[in-house]
Write a protein that binds this ligand. Structure first.
Ligand code: S3P
Length: 186
């Protein structure tokens, strides 16, 4: 693995997959800094993600997201927690893949539904009508996930998060990164 790529770790995965929880712990373990793209977008726009969606819509949010991603792709020794939709674009996926190691935190549809069903702060879920039934919420998550999975599947490292404690997840990611930087070692 090219030296400079191993110095930048991107975390991807659906909303609620644990990216923001894992990023600072992984960064700490590696001695890197941790950065959350949504927080950087908010700093850049001077508005919360929700406000950006509400005032200007998703397309505008994606424009800022790409600009911020481009900036972050030059940072050294960092773990970057992406938004659930950041790599759902060939351009963005290419930026990520060419500048770092992409780690996908894979969570099942059922788990995502349990984690997200009561969340009201996710603009990508608030397109559902008020009072949507649990089945409608689940279908919405499943459809969005199915559309995104082909992008997530292009990650360099895929971690099945099912039933894993945070510490175990970190150990597995560290081991996979170690294997990538010295492929001859078992
Ligand atoms: C989005 C996920 C959010 C945030 C924005 C759009 C998405 O980030 O970037 O609301 O398209 O899935 P999280 O995955 O951190 O919730």
């Amino acid at each position: 693995m090219a030296e400079e790529k191993s110095h930048r770790i991107y975390l991807t995965g659906f909303m609620g997959s644990g990216k923001s929880t894992i990023a600072p712990i992984l960064a700490n373990t590696l001695g890197y800094t941790s950065v959350d793209i949504d927080r950087e977008i908010e700093k850049s726009a001077g508005k919360t993600v929700r406000e950006i969606f509400e005032s200007f819509g998703e397309e505008y949010f994606r424009e800022i997201e790409r600009k911020v991603l481009q900036e972050l792709s030059h940072r050294e020794e960092c773990v970057i927690s992406l938004g659930g939709g950041t790599i759902i674009s060939d351009v963005n996926l290419n930026i990520v893949k060419s500048t770092g190691v992409l780690v996908y935190l894979k969570v099942s549809e059922e788990q995502l539904f349990h984690r997200l069903k009561h969340k009201t702060d996710r603009p990508m879920l608030s397109s559902l009508p008020t009072g949507a039934s649990e089945i409608e919420v689940q279908q919405h998550i499943n459809t969005l996930l199915a559309r995104r999975e082909p992008y997530y599947a292009q990650a360099d490292v895929i971690i099945d998060m099912e039933g894993k404690k945070v510490g175990v997840t970190i150990d597995i990611i560290m081991e996979r990164l170690r294997q990538m930087s010295s492929p001859q070692q078992k």
